[in-house]
Design a protein around this ligand. Structure first.
Ligand code: UDP
Ligand code: MG
Length: 155
């Protein structure tokens, strides 16, 4: 399938503190995105300098990094048709008050930086973030009985 993609999400410390990990993971499962990697990650200042390099000149950069290091984050690799853009659609805009109703950020959060979740913003970013946060042996390839229903093959 040509547009089968992998993308990275990180469930941020506010998702963990507010007991929203299951709720958020459930939304991706219901959509039909396949979890192919999942683990706790303890982010470091060095990792965050790379991960949020595009924000390094912003006044909130240091406090954003501190926020992201408050607890472990849950790192997930999701696989699905056009997964990168589909996941961005499901999480909603960066500012939760501008995010569309029905998105994770709009439904469960109010402000930045605590908008619950990170997701790769392009296919190239997704490839880099997979390498940044996961080893090859932590990404799994497996068949699910539901694959043919979700991906539309031979039902
Ligand atoms: N952020 C913030 N203040 C801002 C903009 C962003 O604290 O004015 C935080 C917020 O948690 C956001 C993260 O920085 O999710 C990364 O910003 P980016 O622009 O990459 O947005 P995202 O890709 O997460 O939607
Ligand atoms: Mg981003």
């Amino acid at each position: 399938m040509s547009d089968l993609q992998k993308t990275v999400v990180l469930l941020k410390p506010d998702a963990l503190q507010r007991d929203l990990l299951g709720e958020i993971i459930n939304r991706f499962e219901r959509k039909g995105l396949k979890i192919v990697g999942l683990k706790f990650i303890r982010l470091t200042d060095e990792l965050l300098d790379i991960h949020y390099a595009h924000l390094s000149d912003k006044p909130f950069f240091e406090s954003l990094k501190k926020f992201m290091m408050q607890t472990p984050v849950v790192g997930i690799v999701l696989e699905g048709l056009e997964a990168v853009s589909e996941v961005r659609k499901i999480i909603g805009s960066t500012n939760p008050r501008q995010a569309d109703a029905g998105t994770i950020r709009a439904d469960f959060s109010m402000n930045v930086p605590s908008n619950l979740i990170h997701a790769s913003d392009s296919e190239e970013t997704a490839q880099n973030e997979i390498k940044r946060f996961f080893s090859n042996h932590e990404i799994f390839s497996y068949e699910k009985i539901s694959d043919r229903y979700i991906f539309g093959e031979g039902v």
